[in-house]
Design a protein around this ligand. Structure first.
Ligand code: AMP
Length: 288
């Protein structure tokens, strides 16, 4: 707990958004050359800032459908740092009908990962736009997705903490199939009502649906990659390419494993407790 308290109270050696963005952009625009040389040799020369309270640089890991977006989004509001989901950046690019959108649609709709070059490009643009608005710190969701991405991120900035959200695979599938988005406000909901028996001595899992308000009801859409076939493909890709990222951060002592005990009502207070933030919530509610 002491180690986590340290993570949550200060961000060590944080770099400016533009430094990270430049480094990532540098990578995206010269990936071929970098692959043959040391990727960090030219991008580690940045001015380091003093640590700032709450200026967290966190990563959320976990299988598709586990709830990274939900919990990272809530924590981002709680801590006042941006929630940056590379999946959202990819979907925005797809919706923009820009030059990359056809190529991206084909990859995403098969549950495959898009190239590092594209991801670094989108992420660096997002970080730069955030810095222009005065953002600092971040909670990354859906990035890094491969050990190579994690190594490059580690070469450009210090991640304070990596939260690994975990849930049974059969529940993940049900959650993905129940996921809905409001096409107007962009809100994320889930129509699945999950009640599965515990296995191997583990408790039963129950999750109430997260229903939209009535004005969103007629505008709900399902993500094109939330079909059973594509979700199964995404889970296979996660196990093959992203699970090693957990080991990468575990070996650095940065990984916080969090088994979701149920839906938001049960899991949110437990997550705050695991992050040593439960005290802050009490203080915030008392002040409100
Ligand atoms: P998500 O919303 O995180 O499930 O991401 C949706 C899709 O965007 C993924 O299935 C990938 O095709 C792509 N994507 C998102 N983040 C990454 C990443 N870090 N690396 C490669 N592809 C990604």
């Amino acid at each position: 707990m002491a180690a986590l308290a340290r993570f949550t109270k200060s961000s060590s050696l944080s770099l400016s958004f533009s430094s990270i963005a430049k480094a990532l952009y540098f990578y995206s625009s010269s990936s071929a050359a970098i692959a043959e040389s040391n990727p960090y040799s030219q991008i580690n020369n940045f001015t380091r800032k003093d640590p700032k309270d709450w200026n967290v640089q966190w990563v959320f890991l976990g299988c598709p459908g586990v709830g990274k977006g939900t919990y990272a989004g809530r924590l981002s509001k709680f801590l006042g740092v941006p929630h940056i989901a590379t999946g959202d950046l990819v979907r925005e690019e797809l919706a923009s009908s820009g030059p990359m959108s056809n190529q991206l649609a084909e990859i995403v709709n098969q549950g495959k990962l898009v190239s590092d070059e594209i991801i670094f490009n989108l992420l660096s643009k997002r970080l730069e736009a955030g810095e222009a608005k005065g953002e600092s710190g971040f909670i990354l969701d859906g990035f890094p997705r491969t050990v190579k991405q994690a190594e490059i991120l580690e070469g450009v900035t210090d991640i304070d903490l990596v939260v690994n959200l975990k849930l049974r695979e059969d529940v993940l599938l049900e959650k993905c199939l129940g996921r809905r988005i409001c096409s107007q406000c962009g809100g994320n909901f889930n129509v699945a009502s999950i009640n599965v028996k515990g296995k191997n001595g583990n408790p039963d899992v129950s999750m109430a649906p997260l229903l939209p308000p009535s004005h969103c009801m007629s505008k709900l859409i399902t993500r094109a990659d939330d079909t059973e076939e594509v979700v199964k493909a995404r889970l296979r890709v996660y196990n093959e390419k992203s699970q090693p990222v957990e080991d990468f951060y575990r070996s650095q002592g940065k990984l916080l494993e969090f088994d979701l005990p149920g839906g938001i009502t049960e899991s949110w207070p437990k997550l705050l407790e695991a992050l040593n933030l439960d005290d802050c919530e009490e203080k915030q509610s008392a002040a409100a």
